[in-house]
Design a protein around this ligand. Structure first.
Ligand code: FMN
Ligand code: SF4
Length: 742
């Protein structure tokens, strides 16, 4: 092929701006073609910048668009062919540095090839993995550098000379990898970007995720692997995946072994390159066919997408073909995922199969049920003070238990319902739940899931384990200064069980057996569900008090606060409220107010109250659980007690009926109780519970209502009392700072 920039004896002229050179250029059809290519590229460049601005507004510009770089790649290919860099002075290709690293270069010097590890991480696992990979590779003499994907300018991919390894975690909520994925997807499906644009990139991907997310499992890793491949990048080593729900570290170690060996294996590069070359030659053939049909290779990248203004009417047919092809490909991929999402709950297994097919994997073999709590999760929960019982339950001592043992006051459940904290055990038969709430105490170290698919322990085993561990933790408080002997002894006979610690207790398939067992031991049951399992609520037998967490009042804010796993989380939430209404039990809405997240939209809360008609509404300011990379909460999001009261007063006003009133408060924990006025008997609030009466009613097995076991509330607990919900029998303890202030 003759070179358009042929370095003949007059080569200087061809590359200069001298009049002679210009006239020569003007007469050269190759040059005219190249110029028109350049002009169109410029226009496309502007279009592409607009796309990029949408996906990453603050991105520093390096002055070239992916499309332009795609063209530059083609351009440089042509230039390389003319002199292969042997004529650096005179050939046009010498004017700009070559952007290519030919496979041979990599083969010859792959030890010296800059190796980059890109990580996309929110809570730090992918970053930690990247750091450990750096150490492993450096120990083997492989130079390497890490790049936070959030700081990277994607345009550089089009000239990337490095071997790139990607460690990407998946999130179904906003996260640092979002914009990269969006950008890559856009480029991959943009018909203007040549298929082989990333032909110089050798890569391998390791995706981090959690299989509990079903079809969304490891989405970031899978898509990056797929889209890079589709853009011509050369897969050096297969996609690795680390499941948070299984042994993520072990999967990573195995992948590291594989990739580390591959990086120093010359044959691997040849193989990867040839695989990629095959694909490229396929696409070249396509283009030749198109050429015969009157669609030139040059024009292939010239057309415009949707703007219309860019496309010459004559070219419309050619461009339309490309657009249509890209659309069909994208639609096929999207359809596979959407179909999987829709049937999510109906058939988890079918969904997984489809999702795997969508990314070109074989049908995964069905797995035997395994323990919900993996060794990693066990370790993390234990560090946070949980005692793990068996394979899916947990117990933890609450700070109010310690406070009660020292006579320093009880929690709000004492003021509202007459529970003494040292007689109360907080436990859960399911550490897993279907949410990732921003205020979660567990800092998201727990397992998640939308259905029970783990091994299952017996209710007797769980209760025994919970009591044993609970009493063991109480025993350890024996030596704490101020512990009252009488309370210490009482504490070894738990009378209440708060099934609200963490996780979703209602997910445990034998929850009814467990609750019955509690009652048979004279232990009351306060069960909190997160309103994602309406069927389970319907199946629930009577508990002493049944709660539903109402974490937000609109679909958008519920997604923001609870970050639910279910796609149909809002429908499930609404249906849970309806089920609660039909229970005919003592029911409670628990509202946790998070300023700037869910304190607006009061009228929507009113609607929710009307829907579920709870007997009580507990409104509580969020408790700040400290910094967590998985949550953006700060102290700014914690409302003051008077803000909580203000919210509640407005809520009652907007409810516009005299059915609800503020009954109690516990200022100490920013909590207010709204109660149905049927619990106000002859002007006296009856929000407390006659626990013995409840036990005898439950034992009879006959229908009963909440009014059958109510008890009068003491004056000090009533809203407006000078005690603000603090039992006067207790000794209020002030920290030194607060004491001084007082
Ligand atoms: C709020 C939240 C949402 C998540 N969404 C997904 C998801 O959609 N798919 C998935 O596979 N994993 C999901 N995960 C699990 C994370 O990808 C997994 O825990 C990963 O190991 C975290 O890596 P990192 O620490 O590097 O951020 C989610 C985790 C959290 C906390
Ligand atoms: S539902 Fe409970 S356990 Fe689950 S994430 Fe929310 S706060 Fe944490």
């Amino acid at each position: 092929m003759s070179c358009p920039f042929n370095a003949s004896s007059e080569d200087a002229a061809s590359c200069s701006t001298s009049p002679r050179g210009i006239s020569m250029l003007a007469n050269n059809p190759w040059v005219i073609g190249a110029l028109s290519l350049g002009i169109t590229s410029l226009v496309l460049y502007h279009q592409f910048r607009r796309t990029r601005q949408l996906s990453k507004p603050a991105l520093a510009s390096s002055g070239k668009s992916p499309v332009e770089k795609g063209n530059a790649t083609l351009d440089t290919q042509a230039k390389s062919a003319c002199c292969a860099g042997t004529n650096p002075v005179s050939c046009a290709c010498a004017k700009s540095p070559a952007t290519f690293v030919l496979p041979q270069t990599v083969l010859d010097a792959h030890y010296q090839t800059p190796l980059k590890i890109f990580y996309g991480s929110q809570t730090g696992t992918a970053k930690l993995f990247a750091e450990s990979l750096v150490k492993t590779l450096q120990a083997r003499g492989i130079p390497v550098k890490t790049v936070d994907i959030a700081d990277y300018d994607t345009e550089d991919f089009f000239t990337e000379k490095a071997v790139c390894l990607f460690l990407l975690s998946t999130y179904n909520v906003e996260n640092p990898t979002d914009w990269f994925l969006k950008w890559l997807e856009d480029v991959r499906y943009d018909f203007r970007v040549a298929k082989g644009s990333l032909g110089e990139l050798f890569f391998s991907v390791f995706g981090l995720g959690d299989s509990a997310y079903g079809e969304e499992y490891g989405f970031a890793g899978r898509c990056t692997d797929k889209w890079l491949g589709a853009l011509g990048a050369r897969r050096l080593y297969p996609l690795g995946e680390g499941d948070k729900n299984a042994d993520q570290q072990a999967s990573f170690n195995a992948w590291v072994d594989g990739i580390a060996a591959t990086l120093v294996d010359a044959e691997a590069y040849t193989l990867a390159a040839s695989r990629s070359d095959e694909r490229l030659s396929d696409s070249e053939n396509d283009e030749e066919e198109e050429d015969e049909a009157g669609q030139g290779v040059g024009q292939d990248v010239l057309g415009s997408g949707s703007d219309g203004e860019m496309v010459d009417l004559e070219d419309m047919g050619k461009v339309a073909h490309k657009i249509q092809k890209a659309r069909v490909e994208r639609a096929e991929d999207e359809a596979a995922y959407t179909a999987a999402e829709k049937s999510n709950q109906k058939s988890g297994r079918r969904v997984r199969r489809r999702a795997h097919r969508a990314i070109g994997e074989n049908d995964p073999a069905p797995r035997a049920p395994r323990a919900m709590v993996s060794p990693m999760i066990h370790q993390s929960l234990t560090k946070q003070g949980y005692k793990v019982i068996g394979s899916h339950s947990g117990v933890k001592i609450c700070r109010w238990t310690k406070s009660a043992l020292r006579g320093r006051g009880f929690c709000y459940k004492h003021s509202f319902y007459g529970i003494q904290s040292h007689l109360c055990m907080e436990t859960t038969p399911s550490l897993a739940c279907a949410n990732k709430c921003v205020f979660c105490w567990r800092h998201h170290t727990n397992p998640v899931g939308t259905e029970w698919r783990w091994q299952m322990d017996d209710p007797e085993f769980i209760l025994e384990g919970a009591l044993q561990n609970h009493y063991q933790m109480i025993k350890q408080l024996k030596g704490v200064p101020g512990v009252k002997a009488e309370r210490f002894q009482e504490a070894f006979q738990a009378k209440h069980c708060a099934l609200s610690l963490v996780g979703e207790p209602i997910m445990y398939p034998r929850i009814n057996d467990f609750v019955r067992l509690l009652h048979s031991r004279g232990i009351s049951s306060f069960l909190v569900t997160n309103a994602q399992f309406p069927d389970k609520i319907a199946e629930m037998e009577p508990v002493t008090q049944l709660y539903v967490s109402v974490d937000a009042s609109t679909k958008e804010s519920l997604k923001k606060v609870d970050r639910p796993l279910f796609r149909d989380f809002w429908e499930r939430f609404l249906e849970s409220l309806v089920q609660l209404r039909h229970k005919g039990q003592r029911t409670v809405y628990r509202l946790t107010l998070v300023k700037a997240f869910n304190t607006e939209e009061l009228s929507n809360y009113v609607e929710l109250v009307r829907r579920g008609r709870p007997e009580f509404i507990e409104v509580k300011g969020v408790t700040y659980c400290g910094f967590s990379a998985a949550s953006s909460l700060t102290m700014e999001n914690v409302p003051y007690h008077n803000e909580v009261i203000h919210f509640v007063e407005q809520l009652i006003e907007q409810l516009g009926s005299d059915e609800y009133e503020i009954a109690c408060e516990h200022a100490h924990s920013c909590s207010v109780l709204v109660a149905h006025t049927k619990f106000k008997v002859q002007g006296q609030w009856h929000t407390w519970i006659d626990y013995d009466r409840f036990q005898s009613l439950a034992a009879k097995g006959e229908p009963f209502t909440s009014l059958d076991y109510m008890a009068p509330t003491p004056d000090w607990a009533i809203f407006g009392s000078d005690h603000h919900g603090f039992d006067p029998e207790e000794t209020r303890f002030y920290r030194k700072k607060a004491q001084k202030k007082k």
